[in-house]
Design a protein around this ligand. Structure first.
Ligand SMILES: [Ca+2]
Length: 153
């Protein structure tokens, strides 16, 4: 993975007193957007519209029992080049902010071959590759993976 510097836009050239930064996909397009919590002003939203040509899948976790947030669940995605990526559902809040609890997994320009969620209690749920390109709700109690309907606009 390579990083390249981007020119600072007008947002970063103005003085402000900010106290929190979070990432979340506010428009459900599988791009993580940025929200800055300001001290004396409304929050500032930095919308990310970079598609990047990457395959993606978003996962919303529904844990069982007391672990409704499914903390410790692992998502493993494998693409058609044999590359495996592992993501872990964790929780951590920032100062004045908490990021999106969903995970957006990427798999380059390749196709998704397999996606599996393993919950902390050991239950495994397979996500059909046909669900890539959108969000999926994975439920530990039911053992299901169901595409999430898009919000009405
Ligand atoms: Ca977004």
């Amino acid at each position: 993975m390579r990083f390249a510097p981007l020119p600072a836009g007008p947002f970063f050239k103005s003085e402000r007193s900010s106290r929190g930064l979070l990432t979340a996909d506010f428009d459900d397009d599988l791009d993580l957007d940025l929200l800055v919590v300001e001290m004396d002003d409304p929050p500032s939203l930095g919308r990310n519209d970079t598609s990047g040509g990457y395959g993606r899948i978003g996962v919303e976790f529904r844990g069982a029992g007391r672990n409704t947030g499914a903390l410790g669940a692992k998502l493993v995605v494998e693409d058609d080049r044999g590359v495996k990526r592992t993501y872990e559902r964790s929780f951590g809040g920032g100062f004045y902010s908490t990021s999106d609890p969903r995970i957006v997994a990427t798999f380059g320009g390749a196709g998704l071959v397999r996606a599996t969620v393993t919950f902390a209690g050991g239950r495994k749920v397979e996500i059909p590759p046909a669900f890539s390109g959108g969000y999926v709700i994975v439920d530990e109690t039911l053992g299901t993976a169901v595409p999430r309907r898009k919000n009405a606009k």
